[in-house]
Structure formats: C-alpha cells, structure tokens
Design a protein around this ligand. Structure first.
Ligand SMILES: [Zn+2]
Length: 484
C-alpha cells in the first residue's frame, strides 16, 4: 500500500500552482489523461460534478422557457463556411473527417467546433411565420477544437463537454433581452452554487465570438491571479440569419430576417471551482454542488467494528432520509487516517468521525473541510446541525472568493505602472481605454494582458479619465489581465 504522503498533494498551491492543479485533478479522481494528447478522460467523481452542474442549469433553462434537443457531431464544410468571419475564426482549430470507411468523402466534414451553422441551417426550415418564433433551444453536447496552446484538464482541452444555447427571435430587442437573461442566469447560478463571484460585461470587438454582433461574458479571477472566462452569451444580430435565410413573414405581411443569440458554459466551471476554492490538501467543493456533501468515517478496531458500523449505517440512513448526499466509508482495508486524507483531497465539505467513545456519549465529531474546524455534536440534533454547517461552509467559500476578487482589482491610469505590476502580480487592472484596437493590441504585445472585460458597472468613470496607452480621452473602462 502507498504511504499517505504519496497519495496526498505534494506541492503547495501558492508556490507551484500549475503542478498543484494537475495533482488535484488526478489525485481527487476527477479526470485522467487519455491516449490522445490534449484530451482527457472523466472519472466518476468528475462526471458526478458535471452532472450536478447540468441538473442545476438544465432546470433553470427549462424554467425560463428553453427546450433541449440534439444535433449531429459532423458539419459539412459548406455549412461551416457560410458565415465568413465565423469560418475564418474556427478553421485553424477544426478536425476534419475526409473518409467514410475506405471511401473518400466528396465533401469534408468538420467535427463540431460549435453548432451555430448546423443549427441555423435546420432552424431556417422551422421558421416561416412570426407564429414560429421564438425558438429557444439548448444542446448538451461536446465540442472539438484542436488546441495548439498548452492543454490543461478542464481549462483547455481539444474536446470539452458543454451546453450551447441557440435562439431565434422576431426583434432585435427580444434577442438582446435573451442575451442578458442568460448572462444573469449564469452569474447567479455560478455564484449561488459554485460560490464563485464573477464580473459581468462586454468583450471587446477583438475578443468577441467570431460572427457575433457583440459578446457578453462573465470573468472570474483564479487564485494565481489569472482571469478565466466562465461563460459567454452572444448577440448574433442578423449575421447568421441572413446567410442561413432564417426569415419570417411578420404580422405586417412582410418578410423579415430573424435575430439570434447563442450562449454556453463548459466543464471549465469545474476547473474554476478547483482553482478558486482548493487548498494545499486538495479540492474543496461547495456543499450545494458537492456530489457527496457529508462523508461518515467510522473509527473502529476488530472488537467493536460491528457496533460502530451499525451506528454509522443508522446515521447514514437518517441523513439520506433528510435529503442530504451522504457517503459511508466503512472499508476495512484502509485505516481511518488514510480515509481522512482521501476525503480531504476529494474536497467533501463535511466529515463525520464516529468512534466507540462517541457512541457511548451519543455524539459524533464533525470536521469542516474549508477551515479544518472540529466540533462535537449530539446525534439527536445531528441533521439540523449538518444543514447549518453546510450553509456556513457555502457562505464562507463565497465570502473568501469575493474578498479575494475585490482585493485584486486595481485601478491604474499610468501605463508604466500597469506594465511593471503585470510583471509582478496577477489580478484585474481597471483602466481607461479609447476603444482603439491598436492600443489594445499594443498592450497585449507588450504585457501579455488582454482586455478581459468591459464591465457593465462603473462605466461613468471613463468620462473623467484617459486611455492608459495613448492618453486620448477614454471611451470605456476596461479590465486588463493575464488569462487562461
Ligand atoms: Zn488608446
């Protein structure tokens, strides 16, 4: 058997963030590498986290009037090429199928990098009158994009799990409303369940989705100071409805092109959860999203094994009955020390230690994963106490992450200072920007930092400041940062 040290995380988060991240992914049993470079294999624990995310988002999509469907994974080249910017943007990343068995195909087929073109060729058949609108579809599927940059499990892989929403509306305003509805839904869900605060805003024209009129996004700050795009919601205008001929006969008996949106979040959210909440011992999963919220570890020797295990099962059942997600680890082959270590790596929010002495006193020991704090709780009031503790942990994780985000947003109006700070520390830097792509590109070339987001809030500040690069009057306040 391996020693506890070997299965534990052997580097700390602060000093070796990247290695720490990889060890957490592998040792917590979330994912493994696959035989193909850039692809990962989801293990049951990782998949159950994704299932939690699906179940929460899916119910919210349905509550807001969306329906699920499924689309094929292959897209003919002619369809992918129909919107020019979209095609040019995606071409460098597309995997192509050129053969079916031994026969060469007459037309290349793309392995879906995203479904706009395929979905819209179908939608054009479904829409002919204003009565057919709106269409509000969601697809839970995968996307394949050949990653040239260094890959990282959940953050950058050549195939990823995600959902993509696609909608068609009669008016521009309706599409705009949809874009904001989804962005708000994403932000609220990510905050409430994943305990991660994000900043809402627009992407710059340079960074927007290829083919979109504009892109709105949620930007999160990871513990190493790098930004992570957590979700996007695009207003497509009529950029796709025109080439795909999604037209409807209006109440005015005239033909109109429709207005569209698309939006998505991916398993990147799992990567964010690891990076934001994890610590030197491993993962810390917020209770609301945790596949296992409470783990019971009975502590026994041969002579009292039966009694302790029986009591542990009793507790397991009562907590399950209360609707909690509980796991009993009564394996004989592992010591309790080993089990403590394993459940800490896997980030289960609350652990119950139960030994013979506890049974005598009719109590259990509760151990919080986020703070390590231990307390004894009477078995009679256990369920209520656990619910209370889980709520506290959920709040504590969000508070911690919010404090970190707020402390790492720096206002800067001097370019030299921005440059030197970007070289020393991470975080978000809020500065005035003249909206010129020349300044944006120069800053990127000289510092490696992008405009991550043009926040919705606080834009009035731009009226009294200048562009951090060219010193012309600012038109926008933008957040610059290094990013994943
Ligand atoms: Zn400028």
């Amino acid at each position: 058997m391996n020693s506890v040290k070997e299965v534990g995380i052997t580097v700390n988060k602060k000093d070796s963030f990247s290695e720490w991240y990889t060890q957490v992914v592998l040792k917590a049993g979330l994912a493994d590498y696959s035989p193909i470079k850039g692809f990962i294999v989801l293990r049951p624990y990782g998949f159950s986290l994704w299932e939690s995310i699906i179940s929460i988002l899916d119910s919210r999509f349905k509550e807001t009037g969306h329906q699920n469907g499924y689309l094929p994974g292959l897209i003919p080249e002619s369809l992918l090429a129909r919107e020019k910017d979209h095609f040019e943007g995606f071409t460098p990343e597309v995997f192509w199928v050129t053969k079916a068995g031994n026969k060469n195909l007459s037309e290349k087929l793309a392995l879906r990098p995203t479904s706009e073109t395929l979905a819209y060729s179908i939608f054009s058949k479904w829409v002919s009158s204003y009565r057919d609108l709106p269409i509000r579809m969601n697809y839970w599927n995968t996307a394949l994009r050949a990653e040239i940059k260094a890959t990282k499990p959940f953050i950058r892989t050549s195939e990823f799990l995600w959902q993509e929403g696609h909608t068609v509306h009669a008016t521009e305003q309706e599409a705009e409303k949809e874009v904001m509805l989804i962005l708000g839904l994403y932000q609220k869900t990510i905050k409430e369940f994943l305990a991660i605060p994000t900043i809402m805003g627009f992407k710059s024209n340079k960074e927007k989705f290829v083919g979109a009129k504009y892109t709105t996004s949620l930007e999160g700050l990871m513990a190493d100071g790098k930004a992570l795009q957590m979700g996007t919601s695009h207003h497509l205008g009529q950029n796709f409805s025109k080439p795909f001929e999604i037209k409807y006969l209006g109440k005015d008996s005239r033909e109109h092109f429709a207005w569209q949106t698309s939006w998505g979040v991916s398993w990147r959210l799992i990567g964010a959860l690891i990076m934001v909440h994890g610590d030197d011992k491993g993962l810390i999963i917020p209770p609301k999203i945790a596949p296992i919220q409470v783990v019971i570890v009975p502590i026994f020797k041969d002579k009292n094994a039966l009694i302790v295990k029986a009591k542990a099962k009793e507790i397991l059942q009562s907590l399950k009955n209360a609707g909690l997600r509980v796991h009993l680890d009564d394996r004989d082959e592992y010591t309790s020390g080993w089990k403590f270590n394993e459940w800490e790596i896997r980030g289960v929010p609350l652990r119950i230690n139960l030994g013979p002495k506890d049974i005598e006193k009719s109590q259990v020991e509760l151990v919080r994963r986020d703070t390590g704090e231990k307390s004894f709780v009477n078995i009679s009031g256990l369920k209520d106490n656990i619910i209370l503790f889980l709520d506290k942990i959920q709040d504590q994780l969000l508070n911690r992450a919010t404090k970190f985000l707020n402390e790492n947003i720096t206002r800067i109006s001097n370019y030299d200072i921005l440059k030197s700070m970007l070289g020393k520390k991470g975080g978000f830097f809020l500065s005035g920007w003249c909206e010129s792509q020349i300044c944006e590109t120069k800053i990127k070339d000289e510092t490696g930092a992008d405009i991550r987001i043009i926040p919705f809030d606080g834009q009035e500040e731009s009226e009294s400041t200048v562009c951090i690069y060219c010193r012309e009057p600012a038109k926008k306040m933008a957040i610059f940062a290094h990013a994943y």
